[in-house]
Design a protein around this ligand. Structure first.
Ligand code: AMP
Length: 213
């Protein structure tokens, strides 16, 4: 199964991709997570990406396309993959089409998770994470603040720099201007399955599973 999980930041792509990855036994390829790992490891890619990501800007297409080309060619993707956060520009979508042709990948599903813009802003600015296990917390529901300890593993809870309100605004502007056209591109060239991303995590997973058949 080859899946492209599409949607604005904060619609729950990462959470759902992790679940689907377990269900279908295929790797979850999150370009955002890969870049954050590179930043942590202070690799040349990480150093370059940090400045852009901290402001909510996109990493250049050539860098991202090179990264995804190598990943998809790796052994772990031989039975399929879930792409989360890629493609984010029409240029990346076109490059991905060429990668699929070269790799003889003929079938893939594009799923768009839909959430209203106001709810996205609320979700993103309320989102906190455990530094250790990556568990996502919502400060309003879970009632805690940055610096508290994770209920699951005791790791420190923090807010991603790019989830701070000023950066969220820029990320969303970029999403609607640069990334949303990718959906139109797929609607014209392939097909897109829309899934409502509002509700409980389990409920949304069920919608995704029935959409994927
Ligand atoms: P995410 O975790 O998917 O929200 O990604 C976090 C940040 O990583 C984005 O705001 C971008 O700065 C960068 N990023 C992730 N994926 C891409 C991509 N496909 N193209 C360009 N930048 C990306």
């Amino acid at each position: 199964m080859n899946i492209i999980l599409f949607g604005a930041p904060g619609v729950g792509k990462g959470t759902q991709a992790k679940i689907l990855s377990h269900v279908y036994h295929i790797p979850h390829i999150s370009t955002g997570d890969i870049l954050r790992e590179a930043i942590k490891a202070e690799t040349p890619l990480g150093i370059k990406a940090k400045v852009l990501m901290d402001r909510g800007n996109l990493v250049p297409d050539d860098v991202m396309i090179g990264l995804v080309t190598d990943l998809l060619a790796s052994d772990r993707c031989k039975n399929g993959f879930i792409l989360d956060g890629f493609p984010r520009t029409v240029g990346q979508a076109k490059a991905l089409d060429s990668i699929f042709v070269k790799m003889k990948i003929h079938t893939f599903k594009v799923i768009n998770i839909d959430v209203d813009k106001t709810l996205i802003i609320e979700r993103l600015t309320d989102r906190f994470l455990c530094v250790q296990c990556g568990k996502i917390y919502n400060s309003t529901i879970d009632k805690f603040k940055a610096g508290d300890k994770c209920f699951k593993c005791g790791g420190l809870i923090f807010q991603r720099d790019d989830d701070k309100p000023e950066t969220v605004k820029n990320r969303l502007e970029i999403y609607y201007k640069t990334t949303e056209p990718v959906k139109k591109y797929y609607q014209q060239t392939h097909s897109v399955i829309d899934v409502n991303g509002v509700g409980e995590i389990e409920e949304i997973t069920q919608r995704l599973l029935s959409a994927l058949g």
